[in-house]
Design a protein around this ligand. Structure first.
Ligand code: HEM
Length: 298
């Protein structure tokens, strides 16, 4: 009965659908977390046709959204490169201040833009048809590339600190940043061994999957905190002794603030897209989603 109600409703009115079901079917005692879970499960099993048949509320197409996100991602990296190039004396790999400049560029590229793109791979409607395996490989490759870039970004800042005799890991930024990186690597290892390699049992993959999804969003939130605190810290370092301090908002400060806002908007859009029910793969609980790399035919 719950499913019938949902089939008559477009996905965009999922909330409305829940309200209807609550009104019709659920007693106050049934308003438990488990009951909501069951309703949500049903909505994910709707066919793609039903998901796109909304005539009541206009749906947001994924393609223009991903183009917007791509432009924002390029702007985030472009602004970081421009800041380092224009105000911070460019790049080098020799333990100098220019070596530090690789740090923000590589962290924004790897942990924000590539990681954000990797998180959204399964939201591409094309990935909903056929085997999930190629998309798993795209997801794993993007996160692997991101992790190599992130290691380089950390080498750049630690090497700079060591050569210049600056203490390591004293700031809140570095603590939040390192937590994000550690979780990111745990996430990669757990995801790889659970979803791509054959030895994880189905029950374990089913149990771990929501945890993996939750930590994907949590890590992205930590990345935003790390990027914004890093930008603020760098602006304070640079402008505290300047004739026009941060509080007087010189051009560099405006630029850094705009970069922070771009990073925030990019991450919020990724988190929003991840949470949007209409963009979730409809057969999210089918056996195919649990197909490991070496058992492609299972
Ligand atoms: C996810 C992104 C980022 C992560 C995970 C991260 C991580 C770190 C870590 C672990 C350190 C400590 C290095 C050490 O103690 O030797 C550090 C230092 C630093 N980072 Fe980042 N960072 C990120 C993004 C940024 C961005 C975008 C900026 C902007 C300029 C930035 C600016 C700094 C600065 C100024 C330092 C040196 C001072 C300090 O140790 O706090 N970081 N970062």
């Amino acid at each position: 009965m719950v499913c019938v109600s949902f089939n008559l409703l477009p996905p965009a009115s999922c909330i409305q659908g829940l309200a209807l079901c609550r009104f019709k079917l659920v007693t106050p005692a049934q308003l438990s977390r488990g009951y909501y879970g069951a309703l949500c499960l049903d909505t994910t099993n709707l066919s793609q046709d039903v998901l796109h048949s909304s005539s009541v509320m206009p749906d947001i197409p994924f393609l223009p959204f991903s183009i917007l996100l791509g432009v924002l991602g390029i702007l985030c990296v472009g602004f970081t490169v421009y800041w380092s190039h224009h105000w911070l004396d460019g790049f080098a790999w020799d333990g100098s201040a220019q070596m530090f400049n690789w740090h923000p560029v590589l962290m924004v590229t790897g942990m924000l833009v590539l990681y954000g793109a990797a998180a959204l791979v399964y939201r591409v409607p094309l990935s909903w048809q056929g085997s999930k395996l190629p998309w798993k490989l795209v997801h794993a490759s993007l996160t692997l590339t991101a992790s190599i870039i992130v290691v380089l970004g950390l080498v750049a800042v630690f090497e700079y600190h060591n050569v210049q005799g600056i203490p390591n890991m004293y700031s809140l930024h570095s603590w939040v940043g390192l937590l994000a990186v550690l979780l990111f690597f745990c996430q990669w290892l757990m995801g790889f061994s659970s979803f791509l390699l054959p030895w994880a049992p189905i029950w374990f993959r089913a149990l771990y999957k929501p945890i993996h999804v939750f930590f994907g969003s949590a890590i992205l939130s930590l990345v935003v905190a790390a990027c914004i605190s890093g930008i603020i810290e760098k602006l304070f370092f640079r402008l505290s002794k300047s004739a026009t301090p941060y509080s007087m908002l010189p051009t560099e400060a405006v630029f850094g603030n705009v970069l922070g806002m771009l990073i925030l908007v990019f991450a919020l859009l990724v988190l929003w897209a991840l949470a949007r029910p209409a963009w979730k793969r409809p057969d999210v609980n089918s056996e195919d989603t649990q197909e490991p790399l070496l058992h492609g035919a299972r």
